[in-house]
Design a protein around this ligand. Sequence first.
Ligand SMILES: [Zn+2]
Length: 135
Amino acid sequence: MPRITQADLQSYLDESLPPAEMAAVEAELRTRPDLLGQLAAINGRRDAGLHSVGEIWRRQRLSCPSRQQLGSHLLGALDEGQAAYIEFHLATIGCRYCHANLEDLRRQQQETADTVKTRRTKYFQSTAGHLRSKR
Ligand SMILES: [Zn+2]
């Protein structure tokens, strides 16, 4: 991460960055007192109750689709309107929280697919073995 923005720091406080970026911000914070100062300032404003609309939006994630909807979107199981909304949310708004969520779901689905494939291969191998031994 070459440059850390205020938005990054906000997301960092919300713990809504992908793990790699959380780690990158943390590493930067250790070596940059100015950044730490910015973070403290944001945190201070929050404590004082001075939330910007963007901050409230990010905190509450008002417009985020549910994890279930994201999962259905990955499977292509949503209707056009819902799919278009999620695409807009991800591509245009670029919601980091949902991107991270989607990435996680994608990995899970991939793992499930791999498990099924392995199981199927094993099943066919054992069936083939069984048939051979009967002859
Ligand atoms: Zn979102």
